[in-house]
Ligand binder design. Sequence first.
Ligand code: RIB
Length: 337
Amino acid sequence: MSATIKDVALLAGVSTTTVSHVLNKTRFVAPATRERVLKAANELHYAPSAVARSLKVKTTKSLGMLVTTTLNPFFAEVVKEVERQCYQQGYTLVLCNTDGELEKTNAYLMMLAQKRVDGILVMCSEYDDSLFSAVIGKRDLPMVVMDWGPSGDYVDRIQDNSVKGAHLAVQHLVEQGHEAIAYIGGPLEKLPARQRYDGFLEAMHEAGLPVVPEWIIESNFEFEGGKLGMRRLLTSPALPSAVFIGNDAMAMGAMSEAQLSGVSIPETLSVVGYDNCFYSAYLTPPLTTIDQPKRRLAEQAVASMIERIDNPRQNGRLIMLEPDLVIRSSVKTMARC
Ligand code: RIB
């Protein structure tokens, strides 16, 4: 007959609660005790029945995550950190790529609820408010929204302070002597894109610089969108000396298009991006950008989720994370006239 949690506790000389905490990593246990429990579980070939555990404590120790994945590595970097946090907290992560499709988002939401995940992390744009409130609200299913997405009374939202990040980017260009500054941004129906545009306008106004309509281009946060945005910018009657671009993926596409068109960076055109994705340091020239604290975003999201699992009806919070300027070599210092 297979060993039970009581057998393990007896052999290790501890309570069944201690065995549970050690195996589920739900509480700190002194290393010596932890070793005794793991040794006993190993000797008895103990494998707790996940179903039995979930039925007993009404938890599956699993979290769902809805994420908009495109070819944009920003999402992959955040997911990697979320997965690491889940593992450290003893949770498995069920990752659902919505590809920005509403139907897929809704289907995954229903699937996660049926799988009885303990909570849902959301980092995506498309969502159906009524379905979210039906699935989340009815089941008291804890939800934490990362970056941007649905809101609710009992939903924690963790967001980058994108207004400040954009302000830092433009302020840096102004401090380097640029006065003719363009903007290629994300889709304005998405909150981070609106906030970065607001931060751009705020910093330009503060510096007393003109916002030239031909140099304001709304794109789609994708590599190709940056390329097409730069192609459009290069057709304007006069070139700016610098451009702030709303994320690193678009910045990479824009830089490629500029260089293929014979525009040298930063000699002719300076560029600042946003996200500080891992590849931005390897571009030619390495990209000056705004660092979104991806690890802190993941740590805060999982920590908030675990708190919310214990207290689903805790009022929702808005937690802002502060971005930083990362200076590399894609911005030229202009000669002071
Ligand atoms: O790069 C993708 C962008 O979309 C990031 O800046 C992030 O904020 C997400 O909203």
